[in-house]
Design a protein around this ligand. Sequence first.
Ligand SMILES: Nc1ncnc2c1ncn2[C@@H]1O[C@H](COP(=O)(O)OP(=O)(O)OP(=O)(O)O)[C@@H](O)[C@H]1O
Ligand SMILES: [Mg+2]
Length: 319
Amino acid sequence: MSSFDLFQPSEQARVAEAFERVLRGETLKDVETVFVAKDGREIPVSGTVNSQMKEGGPFATRGIYRDITARKAVERFRSEFFHQVNHELRNPLTLIVGVLRIMTDQSDKVHPDHRRWLGMMERNANHLQKMIEDLLELTRTETGKLAVHPQPADIAALAGQIAGDFQSAAEAKRIALKTRIPPGLPPAHADPLRFRQILGNLIDNALKFTPEGGEIKVSVSRPASETDSLQTSVSDTGLGIAEKDLPRLFEHLYQASSNFESRRKGLGLGLYICKTLVSRQGGRIWVESVLGKGSAFHFTLPVSLLAASGLPQGGKQGR
Ligand SMILES: Nc1ncnc2c1ncn2[C@@H]1O[C@H](COP(=O)(O)OP(=O)(O)OP(=O)(O)O)[C@@H](O)[C@H]1O
Ligand SMILES: [Mg+2]
């Protein structure tokens, strides 16, 4: 029996090629392959392979492998889950939301009670749609499939637009939504769609955790201490967050115990997605909060070097 018999037959050509590289002195890390046990069972493994050299030539090769059956099962489950959610939940819901929108547009033709019910259905369907999108984003994050396309983006203008989109929701809750965005800020190196998603999540939270009569402020600035970054902040005069909750706030599915009443209206994914998106764009995100007084969430994104260089920029703005 040669050591090649350990590997699944379909893997043997790849293994032979890997051995060639190892014999030339390379160390291969995180190599994934499939072993065949004596009873014929296939075992997915991951490991490091290298060779020990003596007098300039290979003397022995060594492979240390770990059984990754459990990890593979989780990956398979994630991928199936993603597929299921996409087809079984998202697609029909998109249809429902579309039809509801058409019906709401024609709601002057229906009885006032029905109009109220239509509004209720649309709000709930939208909420369900957001939760499904967040679940899909979580799966994309964990499978490394979260797409981010940074480009020179005028995030100051975008922030103004995004805050404007939330104005009617703020008015409905009698919350003053203000912006502080000075003119002349440079473009950031950021994905405009993802910027919208991050800021949208933060404003959505601020609205959710600020009682009627409160105030929310959205600002963009170029911090004096970090001039190669732009800082976007959302501050509110809401419930605030207890100190003990702060360190875990950006973990997925974490919801602060102090906001028990409002936390049921979500999954606890928004901040985790924000954190992933900000760090994928080279920035950082953090929070300052005092329980009972309010919170301020801040995130940075790098200033676009391309825009500063005066070179042609390519890419689309305001996607
Ligand atoms: N502006 C805020 N004021 C007070 N608490 C907040 C604020 N933003 C977030 N939190 C706390 O952080 C938790 C996590 O926020 P996150 O956005 O991740 O989840 P969520 O809003 O509860 O649900 P989802 O975003 O998935 O709809 C919230 O449940 C809440 O306890
Ligand atoms: Mg949220």
